[in-house]
Design a protein around this ligand. Structure first.
Ligand SMILES: C[S@@+](CC[C@H](N)C(=O)[O-])C[C@H]1O[C@@H](n2cnc3c(N)ncnc32)[C@H](O)[C@@H]1O
Length: 402
């Protein structure tokens, strides 16, 4: 065992918020062990003998909660030499290999290409941020990226062991991708846990065959948080790709933001999530004016339950007016990227009073937003497409007419 547990810095998962408490001696010892282990693990002479992987997989012992070992798999030629490193089970690695991006590089056309829509710059109090290179409009694509690192979400490995495997995974990436990864923001800033600290500050979760994986997308990682963001993202697990699009007009030079937490949660819940998960206090207008924000969120919730009530007593109720009010609250709050739900309810509310034309218009808007927010596999998409296919045959048609 190259890495007996010398010092447990995080007592549970790297995404937890338990503060690091490492002694200086432990740090030095850890660094020495880590470097020795990495050079033992990497045998570059074997590089070509483990196709399709570029290096022989390096594996953990069997982990009880996973029921398997986890191994580092690297493909350095993935997506025209961008490369990808994956820490996962041998069984899932086989399944990942049959995903389209590993079978046909054409499916990643346009992915990992620079869209010409953004640049990065230091932002006061926020580290680096991503800004608009030109005026942008709804649906403009900002990024479409595959991860540099994908790691099975486990809680068995010690911090030291996890660091060892993450380090192996990142060290095996092509130089440009590795350097991008190592240049990313960290939360704790401690060199002895650098590789998982980058994951903590920059991770998204990607589900592969029902198993959550942590994923780091280096370019996309520069997007800072806002509780009223102007961009929306989704992950496509079959393409292993993270997509980001604009949800309201953005002026050249304006910061492009996404939300790291649900913007529909009350302010104290959003702030707690951001402070615990990402170690910053959000000072956006919605957080600053929290009393107003939380009152509006309550109205939104109330409207949703009224519009979701399809009992006979709602016949004759002013559904369309309530839906319009709901949409207005979202616009006022800067939640354009989350309007798929109110658009969907507006479509149903109009259809319920027999206004097929307006119902279709709102269903189309809901469809557009679902595609930007959840991607083409989203269950809500099916619901809206059912209405669009045959509004008059839909269960909601005329439902609230006397
Ligand atoms: C995914 S990174 C975003 C890019 C990062 N600013 C950088 O320099 O690479 C997440 C980190 O950025 C910072 N950050 C993101 N949004 C912020 C905000 N609204 N206010 C302050 N800091 C923010 C926090 O330090 C957070 O842990």
């Amino acid at each position: 065992d190259l890495f007996p547990l010398r010092q447990q810095c995080w007592h549970d998962h790297p995404l937890s918020t338990v503060n690091l408490q490492c002694s200086r001696e432990a740090e030095v010892e850890y660094a020495q062990l880590s470097n020795a282990a990495i050079s033992n693990c990497l045998n570059t002479d074997d590089r070509t003998t483990h196709e399709p992987w570029s290096y022989p997989p390096v594996c953990t012992d069997v982990l009880p909660s996973v029921g398997s070992s986890l191994c580092v798999y690297t493909n350095t030629s993935f997506s025209h030499g961008r490369g990808i490193s994956i820490l996962t089970t041998p069984e899932l690695a086989e399944r990942i290999l049959v995903l389209p991006p590993f079978q046909d590089s054409e499916v990643l056309q346009g992915v990992n290409d620079f869209t010409g829509t953004w640049y990065t710059q230091g932002m006061p109090g926020k580290g680096i941020g991503m800004l608009a290179k030109r005026d942008l409009v709804f649906k403009d694509r900002i990024t479409a990226q595959t991860p540099a690192l994908l790691a099975y979400l486990e809680s068995d490995l010690s911090t030291a062991d996890r660091e060892k495997f993450f380090k192996t995974a990142v060290s095996q990436l092509p130089k440009a991708t590795r350097e991008m990864y190592l240049g990313l923001a960290t939360v704790y800033g401690l060199p002895q846990v650098k590789y998982q600290d980058v994951v903590k500050a920059n991770t998204f979760q990607l589900e592969i065959h029902g198993h959550n994986h942590l994923a780091v997308f280096p370019e996309t990682s520069r997007l800072n948080h806002a509780c009223a963001p102007n961009a929306q993202y989704y992950l496509d697990a079959t393409l292993l790709t993270h997509f980001v699009h604009i949800t309201r007009p953005v002026r050249k030079g304006e910061e492009i933001t996404i939300s790291y937490t649900s913007p529909l949660d009350p302010t104290h819940v959003r702030q707690q999530h951001l402070e615990q998960g990402f170690h910053f206090r959000c000072t956006c207008a919605r957080c600053t004016d929290h009393e107003r924000t939380d009152t509006i969120l309550q109205h939104i919730q109330g409207l949703q339950s009224v519009l979701n009530d399809w009992s006979p007593s709602t016949v004759g109720s002013p559904g369309p007016q309530l839906a319009e009010q709901w949409l207005e609250f979202y616009r006022d709050e800067g939640l354009e990227g989350f309007m798929d739900v109110p658009y969907g309810f507006a479509a149903l509310a109009y259809n319920a009073v027999g206004d097929e034309e307006t119902a279709v218009e709102y269903a189309r808007r809901a469809e557009e937003l679902i595609l930007l927010k959840d991607g083409k596999w989203a269950p809500n998409l099916k619901i809206m497409r059912e209405l669009l296919r045959d509004p008059r045959g839909h269960w909601s048609f005329g439902r609230r007419l006397r």
